[in-house]
Design a protein around this ligand. Structure first.
Ligand SMILES: Nc1ncnc2c1ncn2[C@@H]1O[C@H](COP(=O)(O)OP(=O)(O)OP(=O)(O)O)[C@@H](O)[C@H]1O
Ligand SMILES: [Mg+2]
Length: 464
């Protein structure tokens, strides 16, 4: 069933229920109020009549006094304590014969329903005790057919039925209009999504009216999502083009040396040796590059980190020991506080990877010692890698996180850089909801800071 039909049926059913409940309240209130009014009137008459009747009045006199109070279809009786009629006047003997006389010590009302061929009639009866010298000597019984009530009731029922039907029709029409109004933007979205599905090209929803409602919010969210998708696709396209471009140079070198070997054969030993050496070095470069591509892809996926609590001081000590012996360079660890351990909640492998990237840069782009500082602040633990090398020109600093960006391409070829290291380090810090900042002065040195957020009490705060 279409959602518009569903909304329509549900609202109509609900409105009918509400109308029926309101009708019931109106109907029963009307009945109660009308009957109470009738009773009140009869009591008034009865009280007035009792005052008129004297103890010594003859039957005829009493009848004469009672008769003017008769209404259209009614009776007035005086009932003795033995429930026998002492006196009665009526203009509807049939009605009077249907109601049994009843002696009553207290004022009271009663209701009788008389079934007739064409329906039923409601009779209101009031009984008022007649007192004489403190004694109850009889009851004045007043009975009257509730003609007004019957016609009023029928009229009210017809009006209420009419209103209910009218309400249901208005609700059906209104509901249809309303659900169409609500569904229009949703239909728009469905059309756009179907277009995307068929063409495979991301497309945004056109927001025609600024309705500022949930549907507009939904369309905006969808558009934002499509925007991100487009940006990612563009990033991917750019990456493929950059990566192909980067791979092209070493592959061309390999191919030309391989061609050379094919043409000249292995006769000239010197040329052969040079060619194989170049092929080997370019192949190593490609191998390094592909490893970097994989690292980049790995840190870019929204994959969960395998975070745990580790001691940063021992991680640095172990790592530097390995790097020192591998690169034969001085790497000095400085602790700002005297704490033997600094605990951080991180993915150990990834943090290590980020640190290696920074130290590798420091090794490549400087000759002197490398200083690493560990420092704890209120919200972050900060790792600073400082070198005293060539530095980065101020205008270039903002670009170093871009993929494949190298300040000095020629020099980077010597050092074997792919220009992906800092992009990967930045991704790793992003995964940890941290930050990476580069400060550098050309010819003086470079300082790169990693900000690792501290854990919120007992909470793993930064896993994506
Ligand atoms: N400590 C540093 N001193 C001077 N220049 C640096 C330093 N770190 C980075 N750079 C500059 O920033 C560029 C980008 O660095 P990044 O680490 O991303 O790439 P790379 O070192 O060239 O290659 P890769 O790290 O992928 O092997 C480098 O090419 C270099 O020009
Ligand atoms: Mg690097």
């Amino acid at each position: 069933m279409k959602i518009t039909t569903k909304i329509n049926l549900i609202t109509t059913a609900w409105i009918i229920c509400v109308l029926l409940a309101v009708n019931a309240v109106v109907f029963f209130s009307f009945m109660k109020i009308t009957v109470n009014m009738e009773d009140g009137e009869l009591f008034q008459k009865a009280d007035y009549l009792i005052k008129q009747i004297n103890k010594d009045d003859s039957q005829e006199v009493i009848k004469e006094k009672l008769t003017p109070y008769l209404t259209n279809q009614s009776f007035i009786r005086i009932v003795q304590p033995n429930s026998e009629i002492a006196n009665e006047v009526t203009n509807d003997p049939h009605l009077a014969s249907k109601i049994k006389p009843q002696f009553a010590r207290e004022k009271g009302t009663a209701r009788r329903t008389i079934r007739l061929k064409h329906g039923e009639e409601q009779i209101a009866i009031v009984r008022v005790p007649i007192k004489s010298t403190g004694q109850i000597v009889g009851t004045l019984e007043f009975g009257e057919k509730l003609v007004g009530l019957e016609t009023g009731k029928d009229l009210l029922l017809s009006i209420l039925a009419f209103c209910t039907i009218l309400g249901a029709i208005i609700s059906l029409l209104g509901g249809r209009w309303l659900s169409n109004l609500i569904m229009r933007p949703i239909s728009n979205m469905i059309n756009t999504m179907e277009d995307i599905e068929n063409s495979g090209i991301p497309k945004k929803i056109v927001i025609q009216y600024e309705t500022k409602d949930e549907l507009q919010k939904m369309a905006e969210t969808f558009n934002r999502m499509i925007g991100r998708l487009e940006a990612n696709l563009e990033k991917q396209r750019q990456f493929i083009s950059d990566a192909s471009h980067e791979l092209k140079t070493p592959l061309t070198v390999i191919k030309s040396y391989a061609d050379l070997l094919l043409r000249r054969g292995l006769k000239n030993e010197e040329v052969t040796h040079d060619a194989i050496e170049s092929i080997h070095s370019e192949a190593t470069r490609i191998q390094k590059m592909t490893e970097r591509f994989l690292d980049l892809a790995d840190t870019e996926s929204g994959e969960l980190l395998e975070a745990k609590l580790i001691n940063l001081v021992s991680l640095c000590e172990n790592l530097f020991k390995q790097l020192k012996s591998a690169y034969k360079r001085e790497i000095i660890l400085h602790l700002k506080s005297q704490e033997p351990s600094i605990m951080v909640f991180v993915d150990e492998m990834k943090l290590k990877q980020a640190m290696i990237i920074l130290i590798d840069n420091a090794i490549k782009y400087s000759m002197d010692q490398i200083d690493v500082y560990l420092e704890e602040e209120e919200k972050f633990t900060i790792i600073t890698v400082k070198d005293y090398g060539i530095g980065i020109p101020a205008a270039e600093i903002q670009n170093v996180f871009e993929r494949f960006y190298r300040v000095d391409k020629a020099r980077s070829r010597e050092t074997g850089g792919t220009g992906l290291g800092l992009s990967i380090a930045k991704n790793i810090m992003k995964q940890h909801q941290g930050e990476i900042i580069v400060k550098s002065t050309e010819g003086v040195g470079t300082e790169v800071e990693l900000f690792i957020p501290k854990m919120k009490a007992g909470k793993e705060m930064f896993l994506e």
